[in-house]
Design a protein around this ligand. Structure first.
Ligand code: NAD
Length: 370
């Protein structure tokens, strides 16, 4: 019986509310499949700060390192706006990403048929959309040095950010892109700004080299990042998997995500390197949304992003695509029942809360195995 260890970090605001619903899905899998999940819990974010003065404890980090996957809720809220910078709630999230070396961020943009009218684009452009944006998460201009504002002493200042990429950083994200493409349509679109940035020329060269030497059977296309942004709103279905550096990936993944509707629908995965010995990789799964203090405690948060994040764990950490498909198709058919949490409410639909949405998804899962 395949047995896996999950660390659940619910966090703040609606984090614990949506995590409660994922626990129902985990319990369902424990009962109805051969999978066995053991779960451990810890604090992160503002709740951790309130408890012990840090955004995440060393003990929680130890659990994260020992787990097969971390399932994260959300952190932050106005209550902690004035805590010191190094212990602010987001510091917990950043420590997890850094210490687990989660360099590959996967953000799918899937447009469910029932929600195609909620997109800002026409239904025919987005219905059935299923693309994956792969963002390099630990390098590039967000981390490069120097990063400073210099006083020039003549009444002027200058600000510097530095875009830095090493060969190995681009190689490893390119390999993740091609490996993921094997499980999709076999096509990778790599994007950069090689027309104006030397780091873009380098990115292009390294991705091309990995393609030629290791994945010649895959299709690779290159597109400038500005053209990519334009094509994403013009004809998004031309793409399957887009790989980008930290900066362009940040922007393009938000753009692609909004093609599909609400924040409450968007899952994500962050992966580390594969350990060749144990064949395991560090991984964290989390909704794209934050702690939503405006709706926290009301029982109306949409649990789909968190549940879909767990489905990604089944796909990318546990190699169980059938169970991942089961959850994703159950989300789709729950939406076909015309039930909606308030964030995705449309005319003529029945408004329901967090638990009722998760229960409907689980009913759909039940109907598929019976
Ligand atoms: P947010 O994502 O929390 O909320 C933005 C809007 O989307 C709000 O109107 C909220 O009600 C709505 N929303 C978000 N998730 C929803 C869901 N599951 N169901 C229904 N509606 C949902 O972003 P924000 O308001 O900018 O930030 C709130 C707090 O969350 C801040 O402290 C911020 O720093 C933090 N934050 C944390 C993360 C994270 O933990 N990964 C990410 C983003 C923001």
């Amino acid at each position: 019986m395949p047995s896996f260890n999950l660390l659940l970090l619910p966090g703040d605001g609606i984090g614990p509310e949506v995590m409660k619903e994922v626990e129902k899905v985990i319990a369902w899998l424990n009962i109805n499949t051969d999978l066995k999940f053991e779960t451990e819990y810890d604090l992160v974010g503002g709740s951790a700060y309130d408890n012990h003065g840090k955004a995440i404890s060393n003990e929680a980090m130890k659990l994260a390192h020992g787990s097969d996957a971390v399932i994260f809720g959300a952190v932050g809220g106005p209550k902690w706006d004035s805590v010191p910078f190094d212990v602010r709630p987001e510091a917990g999230l950043l420590r997890l990403r850094k210490e687990l070396d989660l360099f590959a961020n996967l953000r799918p943009a899937i447009c469910y048929k029932a929600l195609a009218d909620a997109s800002s684009l026409k239904r025919e452009l987005v219905e059935g959309l299923d693309i994956l944006i792969l963002r390099e998460l630990t390098g590039g201009v967000y981390f490069g040095e120097p990063k400073e504002i210099i006083d020039l002493g003549n009444g002027q200042k200058k600000a510097i950010d530095t875009q830095v990429y090493h060969t190995h950083e681009i190689e490893r994200i390119a390999r993740v892109a091609f490996e993921l493409a094997k499980t999709r349509k076999g096509k990778v679109t790599s994007t950069e700004k090689r027309n104006v940035m030397i780091s873009g020329v380098f990115w292009n060269q390294v991705v091309t080299h990995i393609h030629k030497t290791e994945y010649p059977e895959m299709e690779l296309e290159h597109i400038l990042a500005d053209a990519c942004a334009m094509q994403l709103v013009r004809e998004p279905k031309q793409f399957d998997l887009i790989v980008a550096d930290n900066l362009f990936g940040d922007i393009l993944s938000d753009e692609a995500a909004m093609l599909t509707g609400s924040m409450g629908m968007l899952p994500s995965a962050s992966l580390g390197s594969l350990d060749e010995g144990t064949k395991k990789r560090n991984a964290m799964y989390e909704p794209v949304h934050g702690s939503a203090p405006d709706i926290s405690g009301k029982g109306i948060a949409n649990p789909i992003a968190e549940i879909a994040s767990f489905a990604m764990a089944l796909r990318y950490s546990f190699n169980r695509p059938l169970e991942a498909d089961l959850i994703e198709s159950s989300i789709s058919s729950a939406l076909d029942r015309n039930i909606r949490t308030p964030d995705i409410m449309q005319d003529g639909m029945e408004k329901i809360g967090t638990s009722a949405m998760a229960d409907a998804i689980i009913e759909e899962m039940n109907s598929r195995i019976n």
